[in-house]
Design a protein around this ligand. Structure first.
Ligand code: NAP
Ligand code: GCO
Length: 265
């Protein structure tokens, strides 16, 4: 009975950028729950390595190349999945990029590139896939938001603008599509150990100290921490959860910070 709540047998899931990092952790857990996993990447070589990695977890992943910002390529990719695997029941808009550049130094083209991948692409994917979900009166869309959906930080303006926008896009999709039994939610990961955060996490970077002191759980998150939250939002267990952003951040958003000292005042 409990298992049935999280059983994804017969479901088809597309996880964009699911070839490594958080996307792959999501793919693995949804695959282990029984879903047929489809992932894309811009780079063909990564499809081979990711298929091997999925196979180690007992998952036969379907992988294909397309850029999420290219509307025609998304349409062709989704059509191929529909023909060769089946209609998509679960869409995880995971692909994302970040550029850490102060506002005055950032070119408008760089800002736009982040907005295109992190905000416009989830809309492109959802606009292509949601009509089928609406017709079948069943579907799950998970948009990968961030703590930067609600927080600012120096040097990540484009990313924060995109992820803040994605939070509100999630809410607006909910307003329009929830009545068709399509649940649209977001996940807001905290600081997770992936290639996206390697530059600020490794080699004694001072940002590592900030994360360790700001995170009440006292550690970086692992991709699997986010994958487990995605399983809930992809499953029957969340059928009345709509327009919600589930923060998986070890408590950072609950914590204004503290002054470290003798009494830790
Ligand atoms: P990652 O390791 O850099 O993986 C990002 C994935 O997105 C890669 O597979 C990448 O493909 C793909 N991608 C980027 N642009 C694409 C495009 N135009 N078309 C197709 N695929 C594209 O990042 P991650 O840390 O796993 O992050 C996954 C998601 O979680 C992102 O949306 C990120 O913003 C979000 N997030 C991450 C953290 C964190 O602390 N790590 C925290 C909050 C939110 P390539 O390999 O080809 O580049
Ligand atoms: C940064 C980080 C973040 C995280 C994440 C936080 O430079 O602050 O890269 O933006 O990746 O999105 O939730």
């Amino acid at each position: 009975m409990i298992n049935e709540l999280f059983d994804l047998k017969g479901k088809v899931a597309l996880i964009t950028g699911g070839t490594h990092g958080i996307g792959m952790a999501i793919g693995k857990v949804l695959g282990q729950a029984g879903a047929k996993i489809c992932v894309n990447d811009r780079v063909k070589e990564r499809l081979v390595s990711c298929k091997e990695e999925y196979a180690k977890a007992g998952i036969d992943a379907y992988s294909l190349v397309f850029d999420v910002t290219d509307e025609a390529a998304v349409d062709a990719g989704v059509t191929k999945i529909e023909k060769e695997v089946g209609p998509i029941d679960i869409l995880v808009n995971n692909a994302g990029i970040i550029k850490r550049i102060p506002i005055l130094d950032m070119k408008i083209s760089e800002f736009e590139q982040v907005i295109d991948v992190d905000l416009v692409a989830p809309l492109i994917l959802a606009k292509r896939i949601a009509p089928g979900m609406i017709e079948r009166r069943s579907g799950k869309i998970i948009n990968m938001c961030s703590m930067m959906s609600v927080y600012g930080r120096n040097s990540v303006s484009a990313y924060a603008a995109a992820k803040g926008g994605l939070k509100l896009l999630t809410e607006n999709m909910t307003c329009e599509w929830a009545k068709y039994n399509v649940q649209i939610n977001g996940i807001g990961p905290g600081y997770i150990a992936t290639s996206q955060t390697a530059d600020i996490r490794l080699n004694g970077h001072p940002f590592n100290d900030l994360v360790m002191t700001r995170t009440p759980a006292g550690r970086w998150g692992e991709p699997e921490d986010v994958g487990n939250a995605a399983l809930f939002l992809a499953s029957k267990a969340s059928d009345f959860v709509n327009g919600h952003i589930l923060y998986v951040d070890g408590g950072i958003l609950a914590n204004f910070g503290y002054v470290k000292g003798e009494n830790e005042i």
